[in-house]
Write a protein that binds this ligand. Structure first.
Ligand code: COA
Length: 182
């Protein structure tokens, strides 16, 4: 995907581009921030991948024909979206989506911008089916996904146990034939 710029609702000009393994350290920092915020996450800080594992993950996603996008505000990584593809000829039209925006950059349109860029890329790169898992209490993410055509497929009741012991559902969603005009 070619790099592109996007101005969010707070007037910040953001650069959206593919990550490289050199971005692993800032990706680790962003993950730590998202995990400590906790909303929408299913990891605790000790379970976060260290930077060397993240560097390998970025390479692996690209080697398998997927894309790992980052959004940068003044060189600082503030959001990511990855589409991971299965490296099998009969399955490579599928991708699994994950995304996260730094808390202080949320709610300003960046999530939608990353999602639309990624789905446009997917459409022109032979991905006709995208799937994801989202926590049942993450209504913001669900609304975003539904607005671009994802449909809920299956609810896993009580799949997530939060650190305070509460059980939360988890929703499996899929998008077929992403729309070229997104
Ligand atoms: C979910 C997330 C990716 C959305 O990104 P974002 O940049 O905050 O979202 P946007 O500002 O682009 O808003 C997109 C849509 O989300 C929904 N949304 C945004 N803020 C919302 C809020 N406060 N309440 C409910 N829905 C909201 C709206 O449908 C919005 O549509 P709009 O473009 O018409 O306003 C982001 O909030 C995030 O990273 N959350 C924490 C990690 C996470 O949940 N990741 C997803 C795991 S599956």
């Amino acid at each position: 995907m070619r790099a592109l710029t996007f101005v969010d609702r707070a007037g910040r000009e953001l650069l959206l581009r593919r990550l490289t393994r050199q971005d692993a350290e800032p990706l680790f920092v962003l993950h730590q921030e998202l995990i400590s915020d906790g909303r929408g996450m299913v990891l605790i800080p000790e379970e976060a991948h260290p930077p060397d594992k993240l560097a390998d993950k970025i390479d692996e996603i690209h080697e398998h024909g997927g894309v790992f996008l980052g959004a940068f505000d003044q060189e600082e990584l503030v959001g990511t979206l990855d589409l991971a593809r299965i490296p099998r000829s009969m399955l490579r039209h599928n991708a699994t989506l994950g995304m996260g925006i730094r808390p202080e950059h949320q709610g300003a349109g960046l999530g939608r911008a990353l999602l639309e860029a990624a789905l446009g890329w997917a459409q022109s790169n032979g991905i006709s089916r995208v799937e994801l898992f989202v926590r049942g209490d993450n209504l913001r993410a669900q609304q975003l996904y539904e607005s671009v055509g994802f449909v809920p497929i299956h609810l896993r009741k009580g799949f997530v146990r939060l650190p305070d012991g509460r059980l939360v559902d988890d929703l499996y969603m899929e998008l077929l034939e992403p729309d070229r005009d997104l």
